[in-house]
Ligand binder design. Structure first.
Ligand code: AVI
Length: 322
């Protein structure tokens, strides 16, 4: 990463932490869960039995590999497969393997906010699938989307797996989808995963494991504030709390102060006061159904072409066209 980019990210982090902790009620963005430790914790989450999302999407991509792959193919000019929020690329590898073995002409462009994740994935792909043409990039979704507009004129397939869109509230999700649409040409496709509404307890358990991995993941934003901004949060004085509202389909994560306390953050010259049981809202993980996805697509000017689901219908990958 260039020095300017790192400074810019750090300035945004500072600004957003200042705003969120000065607000009432307090909030912090879940995008700040992700650093080296946060990436590792998220990998552990994806391997937890409670966190069904990864297994379901893996099942979809493994079951429908050929159908999905052939939907992506452009025999004349080839394609660019752009993955936003690629992470460790475990699920995508199923498709990449099919495409590589079936003579697709394509470049795989994984993009992630985590420099660490992008580096690990690039190294791993160079080892496991050396014939792949990989062009990885570090960046935030919205910033990368701007650049996508000026991308090659050949077919683009944009993938956003893992129900990553679920970390955005509906207005932001519509903005995100609209920007994706603006970056697309009529032949381009958007392939996106949406975790579905289901038995509420099942959803709650996915974000509330007994092992404490999700708790550590949630608290990683405080660890980052301590390390990167000179904060003195005592992590033991906060409790991870999850709620799921089956009416709206929104799962919400909080950090709850178990004691009244004062926290200072040196780099922000800020003292934050917590009353006992005061909350910091850290993440939403939205759950969907066909109606909500249809509405989001319509608002964004996208059309649903088809969708794929797992055996239990817990999760769906939708294919959109503009
Ligand atoms: C990345 N994102 C879609 C995950 C989710 O399900 O909201 C992040 C996560 N948070 C807690 N567990 C997993």
């Amino acid at each position: 990463m260039t020095a300017t980019k790192a400074t810019l990210l750090n300035t945004t982090f500072k600004k957003e932490v200042f705003e969120g902790l000065s607000a009432y009620p307090k909030y912090l963005s879940s995008k700040y869960f992700y650093d080296k430790k946060g990436d590792r914790l998220f990998q552990e989450i994806m391997a937890m039995p409670e966190y069904y999302l990864t297994g379901c999407e893996f099942q979809i991509l493994s079951t429908y590999t050929e159908t999905i792959g052939e939907l992506f193919r452009d025999r004349q000019n080839g394609l660019d497969l752009i993955e936003l929020g690629a992470g460790d690329g475990k699920k995508t590898k199923v498709l990449l393997k099919y495409m590589a073995e079936n003579n697709f002409n394509f470049v795989y462009k994984p993009i992630d906010i985590s420099e660490n994740a992008v580096e690990l994935l690039s190294n791993n792909l160079a080892q496991e699938m050396p014939i792949l043409n990989v062009d990885a990039e570090v960046g935030e979704y919205f910033e990368v989307l701007e650049r996508l507009k000026g991308f090659n004129k050949r077919k683009k397939v944009i993938m956003v797996l893992g129900s990553n869109i679920g970390n955005l509230k509906h207005p932001k999700a519509i903005e995100f989808l609209s920007k994706l649409k603006d970056a697309m040409l009529p032949d381009d496709l958007l392939f996106m995963g949406f975790d579905q509404k289901k038995e509420p307890q099942k959803i709650l358990n996915a974000y509330n494991d007994d092992t404490g991995i999700t708790e550590a993941f949630n608290k990683n934003v405080l660890t980052r504030i301590n390390r990167e901004l000179g904060g003195n949060f005592d992590l033991n004085k906060f409790k991870h709390w999850e709620v799921y509202d089956p009416e709206t389909g929104t799962a919400k994560s909080f950090l709850v102060a178990t004691k009244a306390m004062e926290v200072s953050i040196e780099a922000l010259k800020l003292t934050v006061n917590f009353d006992q049981w005061e909350t910091i809202h850290t993440e939403i993980s939205q759950k969907y159904d066909d109606k909500i996805v249809g509405w989001l697509a319509e608002e964004a000017g996208l059309k649903i072409e088809t969708s794929f689901t797992d055996k239990k219908e817990y999760y769906k990958d939708y294919v959109f066209r503009k």
